[in-house]
Design a protein. Structure first.
Length: 448
């Protein structure tokens, strides 16, 4: 699938429909009720004025006004209920449709690629689309309701505005499209600047993880690294603040555009309506009605412009998640399966890290016999951990090959192979589970 905004949007709606059609139905209901409630709010003042000027019986007048407020109140309560209820209905689909696939993808990536800076930045950007309720993947669904509510409302208002003259409708449309063009351009510049913060967010998360691990605190105090780390954290935070300020100026331009074009739009329409009323071409109730429609038109179009920009932003954020899901640097899951016990042979294995010219291992040969107990001993940086990661299939040799029961490790099904290995590295994280579950990474009923 080509990752255009439109293709991503269609796929997200399709995924949501397949996950839970009821969510889509509730979105449609909220859109309909929002449009009706907004239009009743516009009609209410004009209807009251018309009732007052044309009704002689006070009893009938009171009943008419109470009836209007009852209908408006009913739709308002319904709208509030749906907006509140629907605000949290996308959480579970976000987890099922995006968070779980990303977590699975992380486990499928080749470890040597996963450790690289490009992979970490891609993961960081992909995760950013999944961490919030109103932004990223979930934000797209929230934006959809507001965008379509605004579109249907604007169509309804445009029909009424056209009744007082096509020129005024054309003027409003021209101002609206100019507003949208400026907003879209400024928001694109804002997003471009905002993307530059990914590296700094990654560094902040790293510093936060350091500060939360008591074992790291011992090393920091032992080697008196407090001042160095504090300086590095402050430098990163300062850069992050500077980038945030640089991006925020474009939002300032958007706010100024809203004010200026809103003033021009209201000036044109108010002046035209006053002219019509002064010349007896419309009644007071119609004047109030059209004023309300113009105000609502402006509010709805401003909301539509902002939401479309947010929708584009959230689709661009979610595009990063799709890019991460589609990353092809994955382990071999279609290879041959091997049966334990393992006989492992390193044949002239050389290894160096990506973007490094220095070899950690050069023409290394070693034979691990099945059932043998072997200790790897050496100074720091000698390559002990690298050998274990090569043996486990986390790293791929730069040259040479590793044979497992006579089969090249590159040709082996890595998922099956990983399931038959038990490795505990220097840096460990204990989950809030039993010791057995932590060691086996299985449910209690699945291990002995």
């Amino acid at each position: 699938m080509k990752l255009t905004r439109w293709n991503i949007y269609k796929d997200m709606l399709y995924r949501l429909w397949k996950c839970d059609p009821h969510v889509i139905k509730m979105m449609l209901l909220e859109i309909v009720i929002s449009v009706i409630e907004g239009f009743i709010a516009v009609l209410l003042p004009a209807a009251i004025i018309q009732f007052i000027t044309r009704t002689q019986d006070w009893t009938i007048l009171v009943l008419q006004i109470l009836g209007l407020f009852a209908v408006y109140g009913l739709f308002s309560m319904w709208h509030v209920y749906l907006a509140t209820r629907n605000s949290m209905q996308y959480v579970i689909p976000r987890q099922k449709l995006f968070i779980l696939p990303v977590a699975k993808k992380v486990q499928e990536l080749t470890y040597s690629y996963y450790e690289t800076k490009p992979a970490q930045e891609k993961l960081e950007n992909g995760i950013r689309a999944l961490n919030m309720n109103m932004e990223g993947a979930e934000g797209v669904y929230h934006n959809t309701v507001i965008v379509f509510s605004a579109i249907f409302s604007l169509i309804l208002y445009a029909v009424f505005i056209s009744r007082i003259g096509l020129p005024i409708l054309l003027a409003l449309l021209c101002i609206s499209f100019l507003h949208y063009g400026i907003y879209e351009k400024c928001y694109a510049l804002y997003l471009k600047k905002d993307e530059e913060k990914a590296e700094n967010y990654s560094k902040s998360r790293y510093f936060n993880s350091l500060s939360q691990k008591s074992a790291k605190g011992k090393d920091i105090r032992l080697y008196q690294m407090q001042d160095l780390l504090k300086t590095k954290m402050q430098e990163n935070n300062d850069i992050l603040v500077q980038k945030t300020i640089a991006a925020s100026k474009y939002k300032g331009w958007i706010a100024q555009t809203d004010v200026i074009l809103g003033f021009i739009r209201d000036g044109i329409t108010y002046g035209y309506l006053i002219y019509l009323m002064m010349h007896g071409m419309i009644e007071m109730s119609s004047f109030v009605l059209y004023i309300g429609i113009v105000i609502s038109y402006g509010q709805r179009f401003t909301a539509l412009t902002a939401e479309i920009a947010k929708l584009h932003s959230n689709l661009d954020l979610t595009k990063r998640t799709y890019e991460f899901e589609m990353d092809k640097n994955v382990i071999n899951q279609d290879g041959k399966k091997v049966i334990a016990p393992f006989d492992i042979v390193f044949e002239n294995v050389s290894f160096r890290y990506p973007e490094s010219e220095k070899y950690v291992l050069k023409n290394f040969n070693l034979h691990f016999t099945a059932g043998e107990k072997l200790a790897l001993v050496g100074v720091n940086g000698a390559g002990k951990t690298t050998i274990v990661k090569l043996l486990s299939g986390l790293y791929t040799p730069t040259s040479g090959r590793i044979l497992v029961n006579g089969i090249d490790l590159k040709e082996i099904n890595k998922e099956d192979y990983f399931g038959k290995l038990g490795i505990v590295f220097q840096e460990i994280d204990l989950f809030s589970m039993t010791v057995g579950e932590n060691i086996s990474c299985m449910h209690e009923e699945d291990y002995d």
